[in-house]
Design a protein around this ligand. Structure first.
Ligand code: HGY
Ligand code: MN
Ligand code: MN
Ligand code: MN
Length: 390
C-alpha cells in the first residue's frame, strides 16, 4: 500500500512531492485513497470542499475518526500527511484481521489542502469544515496563477456552492491523527502530542523605487530588497532570542529584473512560538524593526496577517488515555500545525500520535521514518482505535 501511494507525484530528480490542493497529483492520490476504501468496503462520505471520511460501520451516530492529509508542501517529503492516512487504513486491516468489530462507526479521513501550499491558507479543508473560515473567503483564495478556489473546484468537477461547514464533523465523536514527527523529540518509535504551538503566516509588502542598477548611486536608492533583507536578519535574531521560529520561505520580487532596482518585494513570514504572547511580541519586534529600516531606506512596509492559529492544548483526559494504552508513551508538543489542531479547537475530543523521525527533517524530500517505526505506529494506532471504539 505504501509503495503505491508514495509513487504518486514523486519528482524523479529531487525525490520530493508537490501535491497542491486539486492539482493532478493530489487528485491522483485522492483517487488512490478512494480505491483503497472501496477494496475495504468502507463507505466514503465527502463534504463540499472535498474532505473525505470512509466509514467502517454505518455513520448513523458519532464515531471515532482517524486520518490526515494527502496534499504536500512544494517539493515536500513522503511522510507528512500520507503516513497518517496509510496508517489509518493499515490499522483497520489489523483490527479486522484480529476479528475486532467496532461498537461505534470508525472512520478513515483525508482532509484537503492541509499544507495550504496552493491557496496559502493552512488547514484549508478542515478550517472550512469546522466553520472557522467562511466559504466566501475560502472560495476567493487564489493560487499563484490567480486561479480561485472556486474555479479549481469547478475544474475538478465539484460545485463550489457546496462549500461550507461540514456535516462530516457531526459524526466525528473523537479524532485521532497519526503523523510523522517533525523535529527530533522522540526516543521511542511513538509519542503522543500535548499541544500545537500558536503559529501564523504574515504577508510583508516592501515598496521602494524602481531604478537603473548601473547608474543609480547606492545612496540615492530606495531599495525594498534591502529593507526586506534587514527584516529577514531581524526576524532570525528575534526568533532566536525568543526561543521561537521565524521563516521567510516565499518571496515575490517586482519587476524581478537583473538590472533594475526592485519596486516591490512581497515576503511571507511563517512565525511560531510556544505561547501566544511570545508569538505576538515576536511579530511586534520584527514589524518594528522592518518599519525602522524602511524609514532609513526611504521605502515603506505593510504587514498583513493571512492566517493565525492560537495554541491548541489537546484534552488531557484523552491524551492520558492514549498514553495508558501505549504503556507510557512520551508526551511532547509540536511546532507544526495539523488538521487535528483545527478539530480540537472546534471542540472535538482530539489526540495525535507521532512516529519517530530519525533526522527530524520535514517539508523536504529528505523527510524519513524507519519502516519498523511506521509499523509500530500502525500497531499503536490500532490499539488506540480499539480502545476508543470497543
Ligand atoms: O506547516 C505546518 O506546520 C504543517 O506541516 N502543515
Ligand atoms: Mn506539513
Ligand atoms: Mn502534515
Ligand atoms: Mn538600458
Amino acid at each position: 500500500m505504501w509503495r503505491d501511494q508514495s509513487a504518486i507525484g514523486r519528482d524523479a530528480e529531487t525525490g520530493g512531492y508537490t501535491r497542491g490542493g486539486w492539482t493532478p497529483t493530489e487528485r491522483e492520490a485522492t483517487t488512490w485513497f478512494l480505491d483503497q476504501c472501496a477494496t475495504r468496503g468502507l463507505a466514503v462520505e465527502s463534504d463540499g470542499i472535498g474532505n473525505l471520511i470512509a466509514w467502517w460501520g454505518s455513520p448513523d451516530r458519532p464515531g471515532v475518526v482517524t486520518g490526515s492529509h494527502l496534499d504536500s508542501v512544494i517539493d515536500g517529503g513522503a511522510f507528512d500527511g500520507p503516513l497518517g492516512v496509510v496508517s489509518a487504513l493499515a490499522a483497520v486491516d489489523l483490527l479486522r484481521a484480529e476479528g475486532f468489530t467496532p461498537s461505534v462507526p470508525l472512520g478513515v479521513g483525508a482532509f484537503v489542502e492541509e499544507e495550504g501550499s496552493r491557496f496559502g491558507m493552512p488547514c484549508l479543508g478542515s478550517r472550512v469544515a469546522a466553520g472557522v473560515l467562511s466559504a466566501d473567503k475560502a472560495l476567493a483564495l487564489t493560487d499563484r496563477q490567480g486561479v480561485t478556489l472556486a474555479a479549481a473546484l469547478e475544474a475538478a468537477g465539484t460545485d463550489p456552492a457546496g462549500v461550507g461547514p461540514s456535516p462530516l464533523l457531526e459524526r466525528m465523536g473523537t479524532f485521532v491523527e497519526l503523523h510523522v514527527e517533525q523535529g527530533r523529540g522522540l526516543t521511542p518509535p511513538v509519542g503522543v502530542a500535548s499541544s500545537i504551538w500558536p503559529h501564523g503566516r504574515y504577508r510583508f509588502t516592501f515598496e521602494g523605487e524602481a531604478n537603473h542598477a548601473g547608474t543609480t548611486l547606492m545612496e540615492d536608492r530606495h531599495d525594498p530588497m534591502l529593507t526586506y533583507a534587514m527584516t529577514a536578519l531581524a526576524a532570525n535574531k528575534q526568533a532566536r532570542l525568543a526561543g521561537a521560529r521565524a521563516t521567510f520561505g516565499r518571496l515575490s520580487i517586482e519587476p524581478n529584473g537583473t538590472n533594475a532596482v526592485p519596486s516591490r518585494v512581497i515576503a511571507w513570514l511563517d512565525a511560531r512560538a510556544a505561547d501566544t504572547a511570545t508569538l505576538e511580541s515576536l511579530l511586534a519586534a520584527i514589524t518594528r524593526q522592518a518599519v525602522e529600516r524602511a524609514e532609513r531606506d526611504g521605502t515603506t512596509v505593510a504587514v498583513v496577517p493571512e492566517s493565525v492559529s492560537p495554541i491548541v492544548d489537546f484534552p488531557a483526559g484523552l491524551r492520558d488515555r492514549l498514553v495508558g494504552v501505549l504503556d507510557g508513551a512520551p508526551v511532547l508538543p509540536t511546532g507544526a500545525g495539523h488538521d487535528a489542531g483545527v478539530f480540537s479547537a472546534a471542540g472535538i475530543p482530539t489526540a495525535m500520535l507521532f512516529v519517530r523521525n530519525p533526522t527530524g527533517i520535514s517539508h523536504s524530500p529528505a523527510e524519513f521514518a524507519e519502516e519498523d517505526d511506521c509499523l509500530a505506529g500502525v500497531e499503536a494506532l490500532a490499539a488506540v482505535l480499539k480502545d476508543l471504539a470497543q
